[in-house]
Design a protein around this ligand. Structure first.
Ligand SMILES: C[S@@+](CC[C@H](N)C(=O)[O-])C[C@H]1O[C@@H](n2cnc3c(N)ncnc32)[C@H](O)[C@@H]1O
Length: 255
């Protein structure tokens, strides 16, 4: 049976770890993380200490390591962290942790969560406790930044079939969400696998978090929303349009 919540995310990513980077081979991490850093700087970012929440295999922090950042990462999946450990070669501190129950790890200039890790949370209560945990790891002048899949992504990416290929394998992403019945604040599901290798099959279950709900959650966590952006084709713009943008990006500071 498919696990739900943090256990489900862990199960999915422990399986996905073996081909996550091959599946994301076309993704421009250098460009995307650069765009996000620009927005964090506009919100007053100073310093080079990063906590990457839901860091996965490290793709979202490696560009910063290369720019001289001091990096700490955490993730629910030991399989993803094992790859992050190999790739960072001891240059990053890595912890296994559920973002909804983040321990106090340190004092960070930037706490971020990149590429829809937060969508794996199952409820608004979990979002608030995640944001509180992120806040307790923020330095007094620190900046918090995270992205979320928009309603449009749930009706497309989480609903459609996508095939990615490398030299040897075909990776199948089969969205299971019904675009006609999906409603903001609802759930989307997808099955992912390497074609012809049923042992690699795993399930993604994400929740959509509407902008209003995120703004309330930030407030409840004692954070001030600095700005909200929408992303399309790697570019950020305002205002966020849930029906047009692929991702929503939230930038916050302490209240
Ligand atoms: C789409 S991947 C993004 C990984 C990385 N940030 C990147 O940009 O490549 C989502 C990550 O979130 C992690 N994740 C999901 N739910 C989590 C939770 N409750 N606590 C910590 N990590 C979680 C998954 O294990 C996975 O590594």
């Amino acid at each position: 049976m498919m696990e739900r919540g943090a256990a489900g995310a862990r199960e999915a990513y422990d399986t996905f770890a073996a081909f996550y980077e091959a599946f994301n081979r076309g993704y421009m991490y250098e460009r995307w993380t650069g765009r996000l850093l620009d927005k964090a700087e506009e919100a007053g970012l100073h310093g080079l200490r990063l906590l990457d929440v839901g860091c996965g295999t490290g793709l979202s922090f490696l560009p910063l390591l290369d720019r001289g950042w001091e990096v700490t990462g955490c993730d629910i999946s030991p399989g993803m962290l094992e790859i992050a450990r190999e790739k960072s070669g001891g240059r990053a501190q890595l912890h296994q942790a559920d973002m909804a129950q983040l321990p106090a790890i340190g004092d960070f200039d930037l706490v971020w969560s990149v590429n829809d890790a937060v969508n794996y949370l199952g409820s608004n209560e979990e979002l608030v406790s995640t944001l509180r945990g992120m806040k307790q790891n923020l330095s007094p002048q620190g900046v918090l930044l995270f992205d979320l899949n928009t309603a449009d992504s749930f009706r497309t990416w989480m609903a459609e079939e996508v095939v990615v290929e490398d030299d040897e394998r075909r990776f199948l992403w089969r969205g299971q969400t019904d675009p006609n019945t999906f409603r903001p604040g609802g759930f989307g599901e997808a099955i992912c696998e390497v074609e012809g290798a049923p042992e690699t099959r795993h399930f993604h279950r994400q929740r959509h978090f509407p902008e209003e709900e995120v703004l309330d959650a930030l407030l409840a966590a004692g954070l001030h929303c600095w700005s909200v952006y929408g992303e399309l084709d790697g570019e950020l713009s305002q205002p966020l349009d849930e029906e047009d943008h692929s991702k929503a990006v939230f930038v916050a500071v302490r209240s």
